[in-house]
Design a protein around this ligand. Structure first.
Ligand code: ATP
Length: 209
């Protein structure tokens, strides 16, 4: 297995890049997607969230109302810690299980982790960072996701800086251009990834700091 860490700030284009890499044959393990799956209606994680934060964090169909949950933990470190204690171990276990299933293969596996700088992984074959100016990420989040500008800026400010992210990169994808330019860079990144050394035996574990 070749194991590549993929990261970037909010709205940088991680999901767009990982979709392009999947089309070229990569196996994607996406932390955000797993988090959503584990919080789907009827899951044990969602049941724990409801018992900790109240029934008003789900709608009449039993689906999580993310803004309602976000409002409960916003600016409240204790509440956020409580939520993380419910969600993080479950996501960690699921990511580890998906990684284990790939370990003996020849696949190129991409770990899509928004907070890779904050939570480094051991033994990666390489790290790919999607980079663009903060203002452009904010513009895209406002234009395509209907996100509030102030909210997008505040979220970005809470994450690692652009410089800190680029500092851990073995390769940077510049997503300040159009989708065509992104496709070209993903083609090159895919060629680069395929010639990386196989990952170490224990690769992908959360690094001890
Ligand atoms: P998040 O951190 O919120 O999960 P992300 O890093 O996964 O975001 P994407 O969802 O891939 O980012 O991209 C953010 C938005 O910008 C999406 O609406 C996407 O379609 C758009 N986008 C990505 N790359 C480009 C580009 N080169 N040109 C125009 N729009 C783009």
């Amino acid at each position: 297995m070749i194991l590549v860490g993929l990261t970037g700030g909010i709205g940088s284009g991680k999901t767009t890049v990982s979709t392009m890499l999947a089309a070229r044959g990569a196996v994607i393990i996406d932390a955000d997607q797993i988090t959503r799956e584990l919080q789907a209606p009827g899951t044990p994680v969602l049941a724990q969230i409801v018992s900790a934060f109240g029934v008003d964090v789900v709608d009449e169909n039993g689906a999580l109302v993310r803004p309602a949950l976000a409002a409960k933990v916003f600016g409240d470190p204790e509440a956020l810690a409580k939520l993380n204690k419910i969600v993080h171990p479950a996501v960690g276990r699921e990511m580890a299980a998906r990684l284990e299933a790939q370990r003996e293969t020849d696949n190129v596996v991409v770990l899509d982790i928004p907070l890779l700088v904050e939570n480094p992984r051991e033994g990666l074959s390489g790290t790919l960072v999607v980079d663009l100016p903060v203002e452009l990420a904010v513009d895209r989040l406002v234009a395509h996701r209907g996100m509030d500008r102030g909210d997008a800026e505040a979220r970005i400010a809470r994450q690692a800086s652009r410089e800190a992210r680029v500092a851990i990169a073995d390769r940077v994808i510049d997503n300040s251009g159009d989708v065509k330019s992104l496709e070209r860079q993903v083609d090159e990144a895919w060629e680069w990834m395929r010639q990386l050394p196989p990952a170490a035996a224990d690769a992908g574990r959360v690094a001890r700091t």
